[in-house]
Design a binder for this molecule. Structure first.
Ligand code: SF4
Length: 195
């Protein structure tokens, strides 16, 4: 695969991220900061997406634009390197799967299909995925699925609806009828389809 550069993330996020990671990205852009769990979930996702350690440092350094280099180097750089297995016990940390992200959490991290309230979710879905073809008339179907607590089914349906222009039909899921089980699988499949 082509190397992913820090400056490409805005566009890839718009085109190919599942809602959970898109929410982290939007929050990071809005606040120029992300709290601990957000950084962890999003950072590991970006690592698996293909962002090298060098590009990850560029990405986070530029994103945290309100803090000084010194604070960035002291407080954040180590953790970024740590998540790439370059510090501490040098473990190769995997990115969080949907099952892990579906654990009860706050609206600031985890799966938004689960953690957002009934009013917030439809508005967010339209603003995030409207440009990719999600219509107001699709929202009912998605929110009904969420009410039935089938969060990953809702996410899969949103994938289908927003990739209809790439030839994805209802029931295709992210390929071969499979539903979403990992944010990286969602993003990788989307990037492949939109190439
Ligand atoms: Fe993210 Fe998985 Fe939730 Fe989709 S179902 S938003 S990929 S955690």
């Amino acid at each position: 695969a082509d190397e992913i550069k820090a400056e490409m993330i805005d566009e890839i996020a718009r085109r190919s991220f599942p809602l959970c990671m898109r929410m982290h990205h939007e929050k990071l852009r809005k606040d120029k900061h992300l709290k601990h769990f957000g950084r962890l979930e999003y950072g590991l996702f970006l690592k698996v997406l293909g962002l090298s350690i060098e590009e990850a440092i560029v990405f986070w350094r530029k994103s945290f634009s309100r803090i000084e280099d010194d604070k960035f180097n002291k407080e954040y750089k180590y953790n970024i390197r740590h998540s790439y297995g370059l510090e501490g016990k040098r473990a190769n940390y995997p990115a969080r799967s949907c099952i892990q992200l579906l654990a009860p959490g706050s609206s600031e991290h985890g799966c938004p299909y689960r953690n957002f309230d009934e009013d917030n979710l439809p508005t967010t879905l339209i603003s995030v995925y409207g440009p990719q073809g999600l219509r107001s008339s699709d929202i009912r179907e998605v929110t009904d699925t969420v009410k039935g607590k089938h969060y990953h089914v809702a996410c899969t349906r949103v994938f289908e609806l927003t990739h209809a222009s790439c030839g994805v039909n209802k029931g295709d899921g992210i390929g071969g009828g499979e539903s979403v089980t990992h944010p990286n699988q969602y993003a990788a499949r989307s990037m492949e389809l939109r190439k």
